[in-house]
Design a protein around this ligand. Structure first.
Ligand code: ADP
Ligand code: MG
Length: 240
């Protein structure tokens, strides 16, 4: 579903991704862990063209994102993204936040988009919040709306960039539960997270990034219990 080949990304003279190779299979759930500044967000952003690549290739569901002929809007509908900050539209109801893109980008009828939004709200456990505004919701509820909004486009892949890092501890579980359900339903997911429990329990594969490269990857047992590299050990000793 996702194929990253020898991806390099520079900001000015600073190279923050130094040759990333990564393949994510359909229905696979991959977590990316690693210290702050190691390039995790930049890598995710290159997977939906929020950043362009300096060199290398990123292919999502057969579309080469580095090919100038590729339709950016098509890529953005195929790749849903959820951020640390929920980025909901504050002046719109929860329902409108979710229904907006399907109407504007997919050309759905208002009614069709609202039906979809309603069923997604039920899926994330917030049916009764359809007419509420974002600031009337808790952080955990807002993030669940943000997930529903990303799902409204029927994406083929979901990218999560530290989706629980801005939440109070008691709200983290409700967001992780929605993500876990999504994973069990077979969504292809790439999740940058500090939630090692989630990475261990839910993910098929864990990738440890440091200093712009993938230092180590493997199934959760391998990476958490038998890390091969010293840098991985040092990082895990700080977060576990
Ligand atoms: P992480 O998500 O692992 O914390 P990032 O991908 O956000 O790491 O950042 C990797 C490096 O790239 C950092 O040194 C950061 O300062 C730098 N960086 C990220 N975005 C930009 C940008 N738009 N311009 C310049 N430098 C950036
Ligand atoms: Mg980041």
């Amino acid at each position: 579903m996702i194929q990253v080949e020898n991806l390099h990304k520079k900001f000015g003279k600073t190279e923050v991704l130094k040759g990333i190779d990564l393949t994510v299979a359909e229905k696979e759930v991959v977590s990316i862990i690693g210290p702050s500044g190691s390039g995790k967000s930049t890598l995710l952003r290159c997977m939906n063209l929020l950043e362009d690549c300096s060199s290398g290739r990123v292919i999502v569901d057969g579309h080469d994102l580095t090919d100038p002929a590729t339709d950016i809007n098509q890529v953005r509908t195929d790749v849903g993204m959820v951020f640390q900050q929920f980025n909901l539209f504050p002046h719109m109801s929860v329902l409108d936040n979710i229904a907006l893109a399907p109407v504007q980008v997919r050309g759905w009828s208002r009614q069709q988009a609202e039906e979809k939004a309603t069923s997604l709200l039920a899926k994330v456990g917030l049916e009764e919040k359809a007419t509420a505004y974002p600031q009337q919701l808790s952080g955990g509820q807002q993030q669940r709306v943000a997930i529903a909004r990303a799902l409204a486009m029927d994406p083929k892949v979901m990218l999560f960039d530290e989706p629980t890092s801005a939440l109070d501890p008691e709200m983290i579980g409700e967001v992780l539960a929605v993500m876990k359900e999504l994973a069990q339903e077979g969504m292809t997911m790439v999740v940058v997270t500090h939630e090692m429990g989630f990475a261990r329990e839910v993910c098929d594969r864990v990738i440890f990034m440091d200093d712009g490269v993938i230092q180590e990857e493997g199934n959760p047992t391998e990476v958490f219990q038998h890390p091969r590299h010293e840098r991985t050990r040092v990082f895990l000793s700080k977060v576990l």
